[in-house]
Design a protein around this ligand. Sequence first.
Ligand SMILES: N[C@@H](CCC[C@H](N)C(=O)O)C(=O)O
Length: 285
Amino acid sequence: MEFIKSHGLGNDYIVFDKEKINFPLTEKNVRLICDRNYGIGSDGILILEKINNQEFKVRIFNPDGSEAEKSGNGIRILAKYIYDYRYTTEKEFYIYTLGGKVKVSIVEEQKGRAKSIEVEMGKITFKSSEIPVLGSEREIIDEELKINDETIKVTCLSIGNPHCVFFVDEINEEKIKSLGPKIENHPMFPNRINVQMVKVLSPDKIEIRIWERGAGYTLASGSSSCAAASASYKKGLVNNQVEVIMPGGVLHVKINPDWSVNLVGPAEEVFKGELSQEFLFKLKT
Ligand SMILES: N[C@@H](CCC[C@H](N)C(=O)O)C(=O)O
């Protein structure tokens, strides 16, 4: 059973071809495969399904076994896999996710392999029912959220998957690691939520830290970059083209007048592997 492992700025995913999978995709198996000690280890799993030369489908799993609607790094990684392994020779194609159809373009390649990929990630919504956030229908902009004894102001949105953004004067890694899980699992968010701490550096540049739903602290996140840039733009703090700085590197986000968002960044393959017979046996029993 073959797989590849790639990363987008340190946010790593294992890619399997649906046709070749010979074990059940249960929560237990996803957790085991993503486990960094007992499995391959990753921030998630991508399952590729080919529809035709221009259309593909992906299922995105978090390391806790839950299924995500969208992933910016995951989509770039998958697009690279599709292109590098010649599932298509097109440089532009579509990928269906649970969070909607996205268009990908290979914008830079090296020796026939994709290096930089642009993703039309879909439209942002700040509407509470579409994120979802409990309570009456409203846009969640700078709304107070009580976490134990602390109250923070949050801006929430969906780009297919849900995000909760809060702004700070100084980035604090310990704070995102302690607040992240509390916000992710806050009763206001029935589907849980991804969390971003944002420091605006200039009208074109923000720095963020990420706590991912179902994955925890990660070095980078594509959908989080789109969310953080869009929340900053909505609040009038940045222009519509933003460089998003994360511990793993930089992604470029463009917010269009209809609130559709483009994401550009790299993806890199690390290795190709094969599951051992004994590991496969574990996955089958
Ligand atoms: N790393 C991703 C986001 C993956 C999904 C997320 N954890 C969720 O549950 O929505 C990205 O690059 O966007």
